[in-house]
Design a protein around this ligand. Sequence first.
Ligand code: PEP
Ligand code: MN
Length: 355
Amino acid sequence: MFVVMRAEASEAEVNGVKGLILAEGLTPFENAGAARTVIAVVGEIGRRREPLRSRLEAMAGVAAVTAISKPYKLVSREFHQDNTVIRILDTVIGDGSLTVMAGPCSVESRDQLLETVDFVVAHGANVIRGGAFKPRTSPYSFQGLGVEGLRYLAEARERTGIPVITEVMEPSQVDIVAEYADILQIGTRNMQNFSLLLACGRAGRPVMLKRGFGATIEEWLMAAEYVASAGNGQIILCERGIRTFETSTRNTLDLTAVPLLHHLTHLPVVVDPSHATGKRWLVKPLAIGAVAVGADGIMVEVHPRPEEALSDGEQSLTFELFEQMMHAITGVHAHVRDLHGDLVPTDDAAGNGRA
Ligand code: PEP
Ligand code: MN
């Protein structure tokens, strides 16, 4: 449940509510909105629900106590109506602008990374991607350059002023990745690695959580809730395709997820058409589709010579294709951005469960 404070509630009254929640062994999460403060009560409330609700309702400064109908709380739109906006250096994600995350699948060498970065940044990318620790299906495939790759990514950021995102595969890597990168990426294979989610939640950097290839939207949001419950609300969701009966593409891109997530959560949503399709010629049409349905950004793989790539060459865009895609999605974004105005839930906000 969450406690809505009166617009004129004092700091002492807000602290009084938080104190009572803490005294019950529960955790208060404060969302200081422009109009009023809302405090989520998170934890195993059980049979204390009704007595606790009555006590909170009677406290000074409290306007209402309301149930959150979804199993995820902090990431739900019910708790937090305004969109979460993430700012890193000069890049803003989730404010209605279009974020383009681009770079190679893997950092293969300093030259390969910087050549790619110079091109994509000159053509409008505002986040640099590149894997240093690579989750590969085969143990015999290229596993990434590790810390050496992180150093090249940090150099790319110094050179361009553009923030860097890279994948972290296990809790023991979180500190070193957070030292070099601006955004921590949790990959599809790790979406339900709960110790990794919590470690990333504590790392003090924005996190991009890719959808598990077999995960429902609710499981995905529960995974995001783990990150938020560890104190980090700076979360980006990335739809990257799910596994279905279809084998003609690497995965099946679920574009429905984009408006659905905007309805259910305040977190920004990015689409990765590279891993979704596995084929470079399908990346542009699906990037266009993602922007048309209201994605806050896209993530794509780009390589100077995809035929030489050490990973995911078939889905990596050439420089020429990246430029063509940028031209297309920039035009689409200019047309659609005003069409996606009202994302706040209306029809099922009352829900049927209880927080
Ligand atoms: C990636 O973005 O490099 C990656 C491995 O993606 P995913 O986890 O979606 O497969
Ligand atoms: Mn890849």
